[in-house]
Design a protein. Sequence first.
Length: 669
Amino acid sequence: MKRLAMALFVAQSACTSIPQGQTSVDAVDFVGNKRVDGDDLENKIATTATPKFVGLFRGIVYDYSLYDAHVLSYDLARVERYYRARGYYDAHARAGRVIETGDHHVRVEIMVEEGTPVKISEMRWNLDGTLDAHDDKLAHAAEKAVMTRGDVLEEAKLEDLEKKVQRALADRGFAKAHVTTKTDVDVATHTAIVTLDVRPAEHCVLGPLRIVGLGVLPEHAVRRELDLKEGRGYSRTELDEAQQRLMDRGVVSSVVIAPDLDNATFGVVPLVAKLEPTRLRELSFGGGFEIDVLKTEAHLKAGWRNHNFLGDLRRFSIDFTPGLVLYPTRLSYIAAPTNVLPEEKLRLELRQPGFIEHRTEAFIRPELNTFPVLIQETYVPEAAVLGYVEAKTTAGLTRHFFGKRLTATLSHSVQVEWPFTYVGLLDPTRITLVISYIDLNLSLDLRDSAVRPHRGIYLANDFQVAGLGGQPQDIRVQPEVRGYVPIGKRVTLAARASVGFVVPNNYAVGTDSRDVEIVFFRGFFSGGPSQNRGYPPRGIGPQGDVTLYDPLINQCLGSGATAQCAVPLGGLSLWEASLETRVQIAGPFSGVVFCDAADVAPAVATLHFDRPHLSCGVGARYDTPIGPIRADVGYRIPGAQVFSGTQEYVPELISGVPIAISIGLGEAF
């Protein structure tokens, strides 16, 4: 009874009510606004609609938004002022209609007459100083990127125009440049002349750098990271990139680098960097739970980081994730577990900045992992459960170019895989596998955000050569491209495509135990929440009946359940493609509609586009500071799947429907 009373109290305390004698605003609509978005107008007024909890319920958690006639009258003036700022000098908010929608509930309609916008008839320059042909061209290019003849006169664009032209000059060494604008508006003809007053002053170089607020940070390492040498040409972009480099070290909460114009001499500008150091050591704890068609797992997570390990801004981190797999419980087999399979991930990483030269970082990353190999969606009683103890060390160099847009990482990895079994017998042909490979990873990131991209493009390529010691000898390459196109303020069209090829020298896809084991670690698989959401992880590609995963496979085959006995083998050729529309719904909630396609082939350099394994579906997102939590349901399109007997995986049905459910953190791509 106490728990029930407490639950009722919490539910009641979360509810709000409309004050006596007041009226709640359920919606605010604009009528007649053709060129200005209603959401933009609603953000500029004080009369707002009552928010809905999780987009469905009013009066829960959020207070009611109340109607006030005086506020609405001021809102009409605010709407007109906003239109004027957008270049519509004749715009009028004629009336605010209040429509009753229920007892103490109203909907507000604001009637708008937009009128004719004022357009720019001429752009003029008043140049107080001199610019060479190249600098003049760049400054005018910055102007045209913001505003040009024929555009509607907008106040925000005028402010942006001043900043962009001044920024273009500052990037060319004009640290003292000053730009202002003035407009002459002819209301009768709805035209305007925009004049830029430009005073570039002289070319400047960097002077001495003074750092304020170092605290316990080593000054020599901070200066190395900023990399702003005296005598170098002044560039505002270079100062911004230096700020970002130091922020990325995780040792400051803010850094501002500004020219000290009060102490500048002719052609030389001193700099002042103001820092706010943050905590250099971090300790974190957490946990998680996962259930899908392959397994049910619970884990803890602990981490420790030192951003100034032994000085010099070295970064050292330890991450430990112990977990338990409840076997064989899964979405396709809801039953009490018969075994508990322990697993763990332990990773240490040391990063040394300023290795060889200022902007190259060296790293070494040893790992020790223990995990079960669960790759069969169907539970086969008495089947063995294979596991691996993995020891891996990666050492390499990372270098950023053009800010952080282009990143190159060259590394060498050596990993040792020791097989064992959690349940059942270990295949006697199983070997301890040693893999050694060199990896060159290149990425070009031109997106507006790495966490929630709305526009831009991302290109990457991973190139590996294995064979410097260890069993497998091969070349592995996988390029990828992602693109993001804004369809509106709240809608993004996102696309991804990737191909992958492995060219082996001493193994192949087949049923030989050694080859199967190598392909498991070096080959391609597809399916799952980040590849093809209509399939489980590793669900696309060739299958086979091998003793490697279960020495009692012949007993399984003898039962006649051939499909349940087969396991994914992986392949040497891969292609994947995804297309999705992302829509911001309300607050932190958004939704997606997607289609994924992929195929994995066992042969080298073989792409089968006639079996796309097409799946389409919908998903929901909830934004968090570390990325959106997402849930997707993918439906395998009939006729777009090609299954050739037991040679290719046929996924399980969920409640008789060919779908897969995936939950994850972060966008699929």
